[in-house]
Design a protein around this ligand. Structure first.
Ligand code: 26Q
Length: 818
């Protein structure tokens, strides 16, 4: 390239200080003497963005010149959180920035806190996408993430009188200094209308779709810099607006609302993130979101491919397109439409190209969470895509018949159209059939995919399903969240631990080292003091940093069984009250997490936790021994404070229901011990940290399946367990809802009558595991030995390892060499 793209490195604090100040004055028009923390954050982010953008341009250029394959990660969610410290860490500019801000009279910690937390995701799936973006950049794999730039991300949670209240989160209110508008990348996306048949009518020949409505997709890029600034990628998020935002004729006639009505309707597409994780909403707006961003992204991918001078037949060599769950599965039909209708590609060749590019990650087996769309809705909103799906389905069922899957029941189960509850399109089947690889997110989950939901498709395509166990980026979840532990690890293991997670295994030989132990204890204690201060400020509850911090933070969902934990807390409280001097281990039970607004039972569990907390925390008999805390508004930034302060990590889902979990990895990496079921990645964590260093309890996935088949009754478990019966009875009698003993009736009834998530079945086993926890806690040496062995075993759970596996097994791409 003629222009040197990479900026000269910053050599001194003075240089960097002046660069930040220049942004404050010239880009923002603010005065140094009156600048707020937010102003400084913006100035700093803009100065950093210059440097990251330079890297991104450079990386892109290199990719193009080398003719290197690119990865496209399509995800309706990117739960990125704050980007400031992430960027500073990867550019190795944190120390410099502290000093520069100091010279400018600004405080680094307050500037850092002024950045809003970008919550464009619900939980695990969205955070996985964010970790993957960071790892792909760190491994120099040319990758572009595509998603929606929601105006309102996940709601802000307040707790009022124990009840969850949802408030809109306005993360863009003060502008977003990280992103760059890319008007030259905008494109128009159609909806509705009719299809003009050009050839014969089997759906396999060229058609012209005349949409009734167009929505403009507006591109915004956020550069993503990798570890040690090796490479930079971009996250391209689309926002929606009308093609003609203002109807002047209506405006001039005095119809001010009518003049902008089209724009309001168009903008609704990128207005808000669907806040229901795992329970599909089923509304038309969701399908519009899915198609809107899939179509804009594919348009962009094909445009780039053609602009770089390649033939469409070479697309599978140049582009790997990963579907993060079925949410973007409509992209498969859109790819066929673009190839066949727009570019005149023959049907079979178009299908070869499509399957060669696409792969699909499944994140759940819950039948109610597998997306299906009513055929009637698809026909109305995406008529050409519905035709294409019918034709793909006919080809697919014909191929199945040829392989012997000819019976009516097999054909019905394999079909892309579900005829059992009205006619609905099975997006999971479309994604499976149109992908060359389909992956689960943990070994157990992948096995269950083969055996259950995708069994028949798996028999048809036995090499398609593969496992890639999830991972987390150690930059954010260790280096940034826990600088104390990171410093200690570097002291003990050397700088190599920063670049190679397998170096962590070197800790194993030091598990009994008293010097290391003392330093680990000091570091954990400091993290616990920091969390205690936050709890004191936010809730006015005083915590003892020497108590065992027992932490359960994640989305509220019945299968994640926060209810099991709070029942055990109630029963523990009753036991302490009965024998206050029995030598109890002081414990703080910490909860945090959001419930989908429409999920009544999950909201009620939040209320129960808060109501139990107010009774227990005000009981003078138990006050030194047991506290219960519910921290409101769990998000990425709060997780970064909570996780390094945890002693015990609660991962207690009903076995077979948590596809992987990634919080489990974050805690164990930071040295918390896990109490958990044999579910998702817990199993692999046990294998790597050692069965003696994790508290496993409860039914296995196979035993859960048997129980459900046999039709067990929760009353048997309750009668057999006085501790459980006592806890349920206290809740039912209004101990935690004085004057309103029916408040928790839906919970008590569910436990006594159906107990779909086997809380009662696992209660005694869980309580027994908690006693093992307390026993080990008393043996300080043994506890810290186990803690060291947890951190030591977590190398394989780096998202660099996960991305390396995707690159090798699924995308067939390598890192870019410099
Ligand atoms: C679907 C349709 C309509 C509206 C919303 C949705 C929707 C949204 C989000 C469905 C599911 C989700 C999120 C799912 C999720 O976070 N799954 C988690 O993915 C993690 C990463 O693989 C796993 O570790 C977790 O086990 C899994 O629960």
């Amino acid at each position: 390239p003629a222009v040197p793209l990479a900026l000269a490195p910053i050599r001194s604090v003075a240089d960097w200080r002046d660069a930040i100040l220049a942004k404050l004055v010239y880009a923002l028009g603010r005065d140094q003497r009156t600048a707020s923390d937010r102003d400084w954050f913006e100035a700093l982010a803009l100065a950093l963005r210059d440097r990251v953008v330079a890297h991104a341009l450079d990386s892109d250029d290199l990719t193009r010149v080398a003719g290197h394959k690119r990865v496209y990660y399509l995800s309706l969610e990117f739960l990125v959180g704050r980007l400031l410290v992430d960027t500073l860490t990867n550019l190795d500019m944190t120390g410099l920035t502290r000093a520069a801000l100091g010279e400018l009279g600004a405080d680094f910690e307050r500037v850092r806190a002024a950045e809003p937390d970008a919550a464009l995701g619900n939980g695990g799936l969205g955070r996985l996408a964010a970790c993957f973006m960071e790892s792909a950049a760190s491994l120099a794999i040319p990758t572009c993430g595509y998603g929606i730039r929601y105006e309102n991300g996940l709601f802000r949670q307040e707790i009022r009188n124990g009840v969850q209240v949802e408030l809109p989160e306005d993360w863009l209110a003060a502008g977003n200094p990280w992103e760059i508008r890319r008007p030259e990348r905008d494109c128009d996306i159609g909806f509705g209308g009719h299809v003009e048949q050009v050839g014969d009518d089997d759906g396999a020949t060229r058609c012209v779709w005349h949409p009734a409505e167009l929505v403009r997709a507006v591109a915004h890029d956020t550069p993503v810099i990798g570890w040690r600034a090796r490479h930079a990628n971009r996250l391209r998020l689309w926002s929606a607006r009308a093609v003609a935002p203002l109807r002047l004729d209506a405006f001039n006639a005095g119809d001010y609302l009518g003049a902008v009505a089209d724009d309001v309707r168009a903008r609704s597409v990128s207005r808000v993130l669907y806040p229901s994780d795992t329970t599909p909403a089923g509304q038309e707006l969701r399908l519009r979101q899915e198609y809107f961003f899939s179509a804009a992204s594919l348009h962009d991918i094909l445009r780039r491919h053609l602009a770089e001078g390649y033939d469409l037949s070479r697309l599978p060599d140049m582009a790997a397109i990963q579907l993060n769950d079925t949410h973007p599965a409509i992209a498969i039909a859109e790819m066929m439409r673009l190839l066949v209708d727009r570019h005149g590609t023959a049907w079979n060749e178009a299908w070869r190209i499509t399957c060669g590019c696409f792969s699909y990650t499944n994140h759940t087996l819950l039948p109610e969470a597998l997306e299906t769309w009513p055929v009637a809705l698809m026909e109305r909103l995406l008529p050409r895509h519905m035709q294409i799906i019918y034709r793909l389905n006919a080809d697919h069922l014909e191929a199945a018949r040829a392989k012997g899957a000819a019976s009516d029941s097999l054909q019905a189960s394999l079909s892309m159209i579900d005829e059992t509850q009205g006619r609905r399109v099975r997006m999971g089947t479309l994604a499976f059939v149109g992908s060359h690889r389909v992956n689960g997110v943990s070994a157990l989950h992948t096995g269950l995919m083969r055996e259950t939901v995708f069994h028949d498709l798996h028999v048809l395509h036995p090499d398609r399903i593969t496992n890639v166990t999830n991972g987390i980026t150690f930059r954010r979840w260790l280096f940034e969240a826990n600088p104390r532990l990171t410093g200690l690890l570097v002291d003990v293991l050397g700088d190599a631990v920063l670049d190679d997670p397998s170096v962590l295994a070197g800790l194993r030989g030091l598990a009994g080292d008293p010097g290391l132990r003392a330093r680990l204890i000091a570091c954990r204690r400091a993290n616990k003091v920091a969390l205690s201060n936050l709890v004191g400020e936010q809730l006015g509850i005083g915590l003892d940093p020497d108590a065992l911090f027992d932490v359960h933070v994640k989305r509220l969902h019945e299968y994640k069984r926060q209810l099991l934990n709070i029942l055990e807390a109630v029963s523990l409280w009753q036991a302490i009250r009965a024998r206050p001097a029995a030598g109890w281990v002081p414990r703080v039970k910490i909860f945090a997490g959001k419930a989908a607004a429409s999920y009544a039972q999950a909201r009620l569990i939040i209320r129960l936790i808060n109501d139990v907390a107010s009774v227990i925390n005000n009981d003078p008999v138990t006050s030194d021994l047991l506290k219960v805390v519910f921290l409101p508004n769990f998000n990425v930034s709060l997780a970064e404070i909570i996780i390094p302060a945890a002693d015990l990590s609660e991962q207690i889902s009903t076995a077979g229901m948590e596809a992987s979990g990634t919080g489990n990895m974050k805690f164990a990496l930071n040295g918390a011990l896990t109490i958990g079921t044999l579910d998702g990645a817990n199993i692999e964590i046990r294998d790597h940290v050692g069965a003696d260093n994790i508290f496993i309890f409860g039914l296995t996935a196979a035993e859960v399946a048997v129980r459900r088949l046999d039709g067990w009754h929760p009353e048997c478990s309750i009668v057999a367990s006085p501790a459980l019966a006592g806890a349920i009875e206290a809740i039912g009698r209004g101990t935690f809802s004085p004057g309103e003993d029916t408040r928790f009736a839906p919970i008590v009834d569910e436990l006594r009558r159906t107990d779909r998530f086997l809380v009662t079945a696992d209660f005694d086993s869980y309580a027994e595991a908690q006693r093992r926890v307390a026993a080990l806690w008393r043996d300080r040496d043994a506890w810290w030995r186990a803690a060291v062995l947890n951190t030591a075993g977590m190398g394989p759970f780096s998202s660099d390892r996960a991305i390396g596996e995707y690159a090798e097994k699924i995308w067939h791409v390598t890192g870019l060499e410099r």
